[in-house]
Ligand binder design. Sequence first.
Ligand SMILES: [Mn+2]
Length: 376
Amino acid sequence: MNTTVRRVSLPDQKRILMISDIHGHADGLRAILGKARFSKDDVLVIVGDLIEKGPQSLDTVRLVMRLCRTYTVYPLMGNVDLWRWEFFTEQRGADWPRMADYAFNAKGWWGSSLLHEMCDEMGEPLTRETKIDELLPRVRERFRAEIDFLGSLPTILDTQRMIFVHGGIPHERLDELEGTDAFPLLKFDDFYNAGLSFPKYVVTGHWPTVLCSKTYPIYEPIIDRKRHIICLDGACGVKTEGQLNLLILPDWRSDGYSLLTWDGLPLITALDSQAGSPKEEARYIPWNDHAVELLEKGEEVSRVLYHGRPMTVPTQYIFNHNGVLSCIDTTDYELPVEPGDSLSLILKLNYGCFVKKNNVSGWYFGRYKTNEVNEP
Ligand SMILES: [Mn+2]
């Protein structure tokens, strides 16, 4: 698919809400828009990747389609949206076995896939025996509106002060990018660390901001006011502890902003205080640099060596990655906690609780009580 640019002039004195990488979390999108009191007076920009890696891909597509009919919404294409659209419309030679593998892996990891949801709705649940090439014409017929909607999503949204694109752009000359292959702009990995800077703000998703954490893991958006780059992806769906980030500007000219988040994790209330460890001395193991050496294996937690540093990690987070012992998405950071603090619970062990507070994950070793009613 070729790069398309949608050019719009954002209205004055309206809030600009931006979000990315919803990844099949329709309930999360509903919850966060509800928290924001999203209305017809606002503008919402959705910076790609509506589907997969979550339980409600079909519902998410339909929700966004409905929002577009009622509100001022600018949805953009993500690499996953494009990949799926290409599959359904048989672009570049659709690879059915690969698609089926993806769908079954997704079902295992995230409980669902877009294809599973479509097949369920058709009353023909997807199995390993399903002949996908025979099924596909019926899927295409039945879900024509949803598939066409995915295919209609533009690559880039250009506005007065901000350019929105799922992955990133190599430069700001959009008329040169228009008509070129969209895929490199949708799957521009680690755009933030590509060393680029821009006259307008470039607002992206795709690459979880937590992967840019140097010491302790932060899930909130990155806002770089020197290089004019904003990264929104809170790793919703990709990580258990991931979250949706909804960044809100009071007006498109505004430098100030507010942030709303949603992670769907259960909440606990801390009963003890914990000083916390120094942030700059903490270490985070991201998925893209995760080789460890095992020092001592325990039932619940193990000691590993990560880049020469001994760390205590949950044993269940250790796995074999193509023959390399690896550990993923953990940290030795200890959060500062006060009694009464509300914490998102990621993993509960006798050793301690791996939790998230204020968009940062880390350990809490104190006592807590489980909330009876979680935040919607
Ligand atoms: Mn993506």
